[in-house]
Design a binder for this molecule. Structure first.
Ligand code: FAD
Length: 430
């Protein structure tokens, strides 16, 4: 039984929520407690940070306003993609040599996930193999450059540059002009990964409270984190609320805009149909600024996502909004029923470089992975844990990158975001 009068907002009616392995529920915080670390937000960033810190011997309390994995982490496309978003900005501020030195960070999350799946026996359908696909001739050129750059960093054994001729056999469609297969990338059931990591964290002594929205943070040598019915006093605090976060507005307001992204899941395909469309079960992502992304679930549903509505307004009918593009790419699936449709908020940063840093000496934050958070949140969680332990070298590199704020006030915020979206759509059309 919950200890709070407030009911948690349920998971969205997604394929993931319908197939989650864990039925764990956690109480609401109704007391004043003490902990080494307090983490705000129970998505990948929050849970992975809590687990890393618990593995290192800290006592950790996690406060989540709804349920574990309720946010983007439990709704995502599940594509485990490498690389640091915002490469152009990174090279500008870091220079080529430092950008090279931090290249492996863009894949560090993959290793953390693989190790945890093994160590804690997390069943999350982890499958390797992904492909970036070109929609326009300039994307083909970019694919070639990506291939070259990744080969130069020692990944040639995990890459295959393919042409339009290869694609019908590889991904069952002739809509793309080329692709880059990357077997280091992959896909997984994101909610089951998040819940599995939460179970592992609890096993190491982490305390999780759901239905516990953090309403205020009082800074000091010990930070006081308040919810409606309780508080946590902690030596350090981690803000991990991503696109759903409103705390510390003086520093974080307008740094990330919450862009909507939507996914439909078809009914399961027959084995033969699935084998014809995507025999290697690759995660597919196109190279538009506002990409389409799709893959099979473990039970052979096509999970087809895309169309970020940067306007912040949810489409009235997600299925209707998504189906024309799914059918354009896979006309052979036109008669398939859609069983689930849902959306969530991606935290996008203007220059695409994720935000990480600290406010005062002991309040840390990481957010805004610009659509790459499945893997990157795990790498950043490790950097947060390092910083809390006193090694903030890598975190400080990210913290030093200048970011532009978006004036996302109540009055004009959504119009400004919609304008930004229009800009990206026009770029995609060129
Ligand atoms: C539809 C969709 C598809 C995506 N597809 C992919 C993909 O294929 N690959 C990829 O790499 N990334 C993808 N992403 C992005 C990825 O899911 C995110 O980058 C990642 O999950 C971010 O994790 P997080 O823990 O930082 O944030 P979230 O998972 O959003 O978690 C933040 C949590 O903080 C809680 N919270 C916020 N404020 C408070 C507060 N005051 N008190 C208590 N709790 C609070 C929220 O309730 C939420 O549960 C997708 C996102 C969406 C929405």
């Amino acid at each position: 039984m919950r200890l709070s009068a407030a009911e948690p907002e349920p998971y969205p009616a997604s394929y993931y929520a319908a197939t989650r392995n864990e039925a764990m529920e956690f109480p609401a915080l109704c007391a004043d407690v003490r902990s080494d670390i307090c983490v705000v937000g129970a998505g990948f960033t929050g849970i992975a940070t809590a687990l890393t810190l618990a593995e290192r011997g800290y006592s950790v309390t996690v406060l989540e306003q709804h349920r574990v994995g309720w946010g983007a982490s439990g709704r995502s496309g599940g594509q485990m993609l490498g690389g640091l978003p915002g490469e152009a900005a990174l090279q500008k501020y870091w220079g080529q040599s430092r950008a090279d030195a931090l290249f492996e960070l863009g894949y560090r999350g993959h290793d953390i996930i693989a190790q945890r799946v093994l160590k804690y026996g997390i069943e999350c359908d982890l499958t390797y193999g992904a492909i970036d696909v070109a929609r326009r001739p300039r994307h083909v050129e970019r694919l070639k450059r990506m291939h070259e750059a990744l080969c130069a960093r020692g990944m040639e054994g995990q890459l295959r540059l393919v042409t339009a001729v290869d694609l019908p056999e590889l991904i069952g469609t002739d809509k793309y002009l080329g692709g880059l297969v990357n077997t280091r990338n992959g896909h997984l059931h994101p909610l089951n990964l998040c819940l599995g990591e939460a179970r592992a964290a609890v096993g190491l002594g982490v305390t999780v409270y759901e239905c516990s929205e953090v309403t205020a943070i009082e800074h000091g040598p010990q930070v006081l984190v308040r919810t409606a019915q309780g508080s946590v006093r902690a030596d350090s605090v981690v803000l991990a609320g991503n696109g759903y976060q409103h705390l510390e507005p003086a520093v974080l307001a307008g740094m990330v805009f919450p862009a909507g992204s939507y996914i439909v899941a078809t009914e399961p395909l027959e084995f033969a149909e699935a084998a014809q469309i995507n025999p290697d079960s690759l995660a597919v992502c196109d190279m538009n600024e506002v990409p389409d992304y799709f893959r099979f679930s473990a039970d052979r549903r096509l999970l087809f996502g895309g169309r970020c509505s940067y306007s912040g307004r949810e489409p009235r009918n997600i299925e209707k909004a998504m189906l024309p593009r799914l059918r354009d790419i896979y006309p052979q699936l036109s008669l398939k029923q859609v069983d689930y449709a849902w959306g969530g908020k991606i935290g996008i940063v203007v220059n695409r470089v994720p935000l990480m840093g600290r406010i005062g000496p002991n309040v840390f934050y990481a957010l805004g992975y610009s659509g790459h958070g499945v893997s990157l949140s795990h790498a950043f969680a490790e950097l947060l844990a390092d910083a809390i332990q006193g090694d903030s070298e890598k975190m400080d590199i990210f913290a030093s990158i200048p970011h532009r704020k978006i004036p996302l006030g109540k009055k004009f915020g959504s119009q400004i975001v919609a304008l930004g979206m229009l800009y990206y759509r026009l770029r995609d059309l060129l």
